[in-house]
Design a protein around this ligand. Structure first.
Ligand code: HEM
Ligand code: NAG
Ligand code: NAG
Length: 536
């Protein structure tokens, strides 16, 4: 055992030295402009020793304060560019989208664990654009509006579950009911079946796979990402091979099974069926194989689940920790005036409820679920504001910092202040919202996500007093730390308990009147969506 380890170590050191000795200097650049500023690098390793081990967005914010809106890092020779204002992110990633829309190669995550099939990690190629066209055809503003009935139904189920689950008690774990709700919305629309229980095996597999993937995608954490040649080592020296293969196989099986259920179970409409029809209409050499489509649908589930759920949970954190700002009272005054107390808010109320929309915008700004977005990569060298940005740089729009730019969002950007989204007349202002990324890689699920957040936020504010959970021993509230979060592709609040207390007797009455929704025929809603789609 011992000698195997040292053999591996020696082999590894050899590989590293071969790598450094044989690596040619980068193709000479056409420009003599300097690189953007950044922390001082060491020879060979560059800034590796300064790279934050976790919660990178916070360290990047400090660098941006010190060096300006464009920071350059050298990670073992790999240029990394960090952007921290709306203006530079927009100028580079959107206006120069033709060259800034690739993705870095993460060998383990992209090639081993997903075999190149995940749209999020694809380069800006024909295959990517084909996948993007399919996604946009079912996620853009107009198709997304057709899904409101299903989203509304699930928001009623959430209220019902919260009313039963947390009345009178010390509080409930917040993540589970919100995760069930998001999961059920997307599984109903994509595959035609609902998720009734937070412990549903399909949901648990998605969550487990997302956690594993979040691990694979950590930049710099996997030696094989720096040295793909290590993948030629035998399995016992390259344990990641089996883990990645297993990840792919589990994902593939889950996605094929869901796709099969979607096509077989009943006669209602669903997105699987819709996209299968679209793909079958294509002919010729770029026709997408059905298992690639099934994989694509699963990617939508993965991408939709965490960002949406985590944003809802951050809203609950805001209610508990930022409520002293008075935003809750203001929202309720608007809801009482527009909706009254005899019914729940509905999507049609949205134009009359700008303050609720401002709260949703503020949640996405205050705690952007993807605080570092997803890294872009530029396929050509370019110059900008007197600096040279080398070809093949990993370009990170640091959404966390961009969302805290006082020139755009006004003062106290670490605080939760929905008013910043409204003008003097109380109408919504068109501020550049960063939460969904930039340019040709902007999140295709943004309309969908905003609709889900809006109806749930409106209904929670209408229904409940949201407070911290109580300690079982002392009966005192357990403080919620609004900064405590995970580090990964998404920023998730650490587990906490909350109490959802009906604001008044009318709340219990309205929610129980509509009751549990599992006896509602959701396939009727899907058929109606299908009818709307056939008109698009
Ligand atoms: C609040 C919820 C969400 C947030 C904060 C969010 C955020 C993001 C961000 C920051 C990106 C990367 C953009 C870039 O590279 O510049 C992204 C990409 C993506 N999102 Fe979302 N997203 C959310 C919900 C959704 C939903 C509901 C779906 C699908 C139904 C979805 C599907 C995708 C896909 C497929 C991509 C990859 C796009 C590409 O690589 O070109 N997202 N999202
Ligand atoms: C995308 O293309 C670039 C060249 O522009 C390459 O360096 C990079 O590794 C590619 N990324 C993926 C995910 O294939
Ligand atoms: C999804 O839609 C198709 C076509 O309309 C249908 O055949 C299938 O049964 C639906 N799946 C579910 C689970 O409703």
């Amino acid at each position: 055992m011992h000698s195997t380890t040292s053999a591996a170590l020696i082999g590894f050191l050899l590989l590293i030295s071969v790598y450094f000795v044989t690596r040619r200097p980068k193709a000479s650049s056409s420009s003599s402009l300097p690189l953007p500023p950044g922390p001082k690098p060491l020879p060979l390793i560059g800034n590796v020793h300064q790279a934050p081990k976790s919660h990178g967005w916070r360290a990047y914010r400090e660098w941006n304060e010190q060096y300006g809106p464009i920071v350059h890092l050298n990670m073992l020779g790999q240029p990394v560019i960090i952007l921290s204002t709306s203006e530079v992110a927009h100028d580079l990633l959107a206006k120069r989208g033709a060259i800034f829309s690739d993705r870095p190669r993460l060998f383990l995550a992209t090639e081993l664990a997903l075999k190149g099939l995940n749209i999020l990690m694809m380069n800006y190629t024909d295959q990517f654009r084909h996948h993007q066209r399919l996604q946009v055809s079912v996620l853009n503003a107009t198709p997304a509006a057709a899904y409101l009935s299903v989203q509304t139904l699930e928001s009623q189920q959430l209220l019902h579950d919260l009313l039963l689950g947390s009345s009178g008690g010390a509080g409930i774990d917040v993540q589970a009911p919100f995760q069930r709700t998001t999961a059920s919305i997307i599984h109903t629309l994509l595959y035609g079946f609902r998720i009734r229980d937070p412990n549903d095996p399909v949901l648990r597999s998605v969550v487990k796979l997302n956690e594993e993937f979040s691990e694979f995608i950590q930049v710099g954490a996997h030696i094989v990402d720096q040295f793909p040649v290590l993948n030629h080592l035998p399995g016992f020296l390259a344990p990641w091979k089996a883990t990645a293969e297993n990840h792919y196989n589990t994902k593939y099986a889950l996605r094929m099974e869901n796709f099969r259920r979607a096509l077989e179970d009943s006669d209602a409409w669903n997105i699987s069926k819709q996209l299968k029809k679209t793909v079958e209409k294509d002919d010729g050499r770029d026709k997408m194989p059905l298992d690639e489509l099934a994989f694509e649908l699963g990617t939508m589930i993965d991408a939709a689940l965490d960002g949406t759920t985590d944003s809802l949970v951050w809203f609950v954190v805001a209610c508990i920790t930022q409520g002293h700002q008075g935003f809750i009272a203001k929202a309720r005054a608007e809801l009482d005036a527009v909706v009254g107390r005899d019914r729940l808010p509905r999507p049609e109320d949205k134009p009359q409820l700008p303050y609720i929309t401002a709260i949703v915008d503020e949640v996405l700004r205050w705690r952007p679920a993807g605080p570092e977005g997803a890294p872009h990569l530029n396929r050509e060298e370019t110059t900008y504001n007197g600096y040279r940005i080398p070809k093949g740089s990993v370009v990170v729009a640091n959404i966390w910092t961009i969302a805290r730019e006082e020139a755009v969002f006004g003062p106290d950007t670490d605080d939760f202040i929905p008013e910043r989204w409204l003008d003097e007349k109380g109408e919504l202002r068109a501020l550049p919202a960063p939460a969904f990324g930039y340019g040709r890689r902007t999140c295709p699920g943004r309309y969908f996500a905003r609709n889900v957040l809006w109806i749930i936020v409106a209904r929670l504010l209408w229904s409940f007093e949201i407070n911290a959970g109580l300690s079982e021993e002392t009966g005192e509230p357990i403080p919620v730390d609004p900064e405590a979060c995970t580090y990964g592709l998404v920023m998730r609040a650490l587990p906490f308990k909350a109490r959802f207390i009906p604001r008044g007797p009318w709340v219990r009455e309205v929610i129980t009147r509509e009751g549990d929704t599992y006896s509602t025929d959701h396939t009727a809603l899907l058929r109606q969506i299908g009818a709307e789609f056939s008109k698009l």
